[in-house]
Design a protein around this ligand. Structure first.
Ligand SMILES: [Zn+2]
Ligand SMILES: [Zn+2]
Ligand SMILES: [Zn+2]
Length: 169
């Protein structure tokens, strides 16, 4: 198998341009053999685009299946997932190799210094899978046995743009 030259266009063999970053944080490189024609709204010349893979981040967590370290990986659509670091892709056999453990990351919880107005315990900032954010009480939980919320029920939904940087510490 020939090495892939990451700096040369596989279509026309011209050098690839500088790394560009999209609004959603994805990285790409355009072929220098093409240029955007704003009149025709088409690419003149070569239209090859190389999408850069985001580097997986090593996590301080172990895979529950095999005990290898987990890594945080990003899909092409910016979704986050934790997957096993032994997981890979065999291009020749066209199948996944190693451990297949994947955990989709849908929501995050960040502890806040703010106090709950109802019970005076600490609040947490909760971000849902679709990016909505709310402050809720750290004592709140869910009892799967009785199917009912436990602890304090204080919830404050944030408006878009409110509390851009949570004050932690
Ligand atoms: Zn090209
Ligand atoms: Zn594993
Ligand atoms: Zn509370």
């Amino acid at each position: 198998m020939a090495d892939v030259d990451q700096n040369t266009c596989p279509k026309c063999h011209k050098p690839l341009g500088e790394i560009e970053t999209t609004k959603t944080g994805r990285k790409l490189r355009h072929c220098s053999g093409g240029s955007w024609n704003s009149e025709t709204h088409k690419v003149d010349g070569c239209d090859y685009v190389l999408w850069m893979q985001m580097e997986p981040q090593a996590l301080d967590e172990k895979c529950p299946k095999c005990g290898a370290p987990l890594v945080m990986a990003f899909t092409r659509f910016g979704k986050k997932m934790k997957k096993c670091s032994t997981n890979g892709w065999d291009k020749d056999a066209k199948k996944a190799t190693g451990c297949d453990y994947v955990e989709w990351v849908n929501s995050t919880t960040v502890p806040l210094e703010e106090k709950c107005p109802e019970c005076n315990e600490k609040l947490v900032l909760y971000t849902t899978a679709n990016g909505k954010r709310m402050k809720k009480c750290s004592t709140s939980g869910w009892d799967p046995a009785t199917k009912s919320p436990t602890g304090c029920t204080y919830v404050y939904w944030l408006k878009p743009g409110e509390l851009e940087t949570p004050t932690v510490g």
